[in-house]
Design a protein around this ligand. Sequence first.
Ligand SMILES: [Zn+2]
Length: 503
Amino acid sequence: MKLFIATLSTETNTFCTMPTAMSGFQEYFLRHGTATQEPPNLMTEALHVWREKAEALDWQVVESLTAIAEPAGPTTRACYDALSGEILSDLADCGGADIILLQLHGAMVSEHIEDCEGDILARVRAQCPDATVGVSLDLHSHLTDKMLEASDLIVHFREYPHDDASACATELFDLAQRTYAGEITPRMAFFDTRMVNLYLTKAGAMKEFVAEMAATQTNPGVLSVSLSHGFPWADVKDVGARMLVITDDHPDMAALLAEWLGRRFFDLREDVTTDYLPIRDALNKVGTRPGLCVLADMGDNSGGGAPGDATHVLEAMLARGLTNFASGLFWDPGVVRICQDAGVGSRLTVRLGGKTGVVSGNPIDLNVTVMGIETGLGQHLGTGLEPMGTVVWLRLKGEIDLLVNDLRVQVYHPEAFEQVGIRLAEKSVVVVKSLFHFYGPFSQISDHIFQVASPGGTQPAFQNIALTKRKLPYWPAVAQPFADPARDLDAPKSSRSTANSVQ
Ligand SMILES: [Zn+2]
């Protein structure tokens, strides 16, 4: 018995002007068959689980590429061809496999292919027509017909923040094992919910919906239920949330259940989404309660493909005269280099941020002291440790602490600040460039957290994102996207209001 495993993961913000090239993978995580020899991170957890379970069964494990890049613009053709080609050539070199399990992102776009995951799966299927092919996807993905046609099993993360990667990997392994053994015959179907938004799963109606999906999965004949949340900042035809159901040889039941749950999700749309605060309203909250206030600069979340050098929030805070705060991570390799040359303890003027494009706002000239420089630090995302590059701690006006680095990465954990010496307990406010992955660890040190809809590359103005390729209407761009059945007649197969069933 032979198991083949690999990871290729980046989330593409098609509006981001910075291409994703090989350097983006090299600086974040790129291993050629050796990823499981290191501690896991979010996107390698699955490989660890699959290897461990397979080796316990005395299966042969062939580990191929693991390539992870921080989200940015479309991947260059040369980079995509090289990385996807490495997986396919490794698969050929080992003579194929009985079971092929891949951890992919689901929202990767290259400059020449809109559905990279569908492309990889189709090529894998063409090369190994008889293998059992399973894929684990980040829930911020675009679920497509091509993915369903080329694979046997698809499971999405169900939690955002994504703290269930290991559980999803275990589920997928077990289903693949049973499929290969002939115990089950997976039939997949999805339903387009006609929603483009973000859904945080740790509280309220969305937490209850995740529990409802889990309960549905226990029904006889149902193998797996998961929701592709979609990734909003991508102008691709399959953008939006899609409900996926896998049954045991009941394609009609899969389609009906996917539609039933998908329409139920649509009915909950006002309850499972959140209104985010404009900068001015968020700053009005500062100081209204004792203790540390956490502001999430979600419009400049590099984890969603924003540059990470936007100054909108910092500019507004300085204009208000706020002084006792910390803010980061500003991606500014030029400032990092200048500070490295100047050295710790230096006082100098730097032009911070605002460099990548219009969404980054204005650069700000600051008189700062270089308080610290660290290389090789990491910050926890769940149990995994994510890299931070070289981090520079700058102080201005005696009380303002800024964290600048040369690796685009969002803030996941208070240790991003504290391990360089910034004491958040002494601050009134900490601003984190992140959307939601920071939430769990920061809620341990503050119950006063606000998400700020700053006008960066991931501004959460879902009704205004220029989605030109999606054929069908969606909420919140229109109030009732299911109200015009005439438009359905022109819809592509995968986007019909009736669920698409693939055997
Ligand atoms: Zn995600």
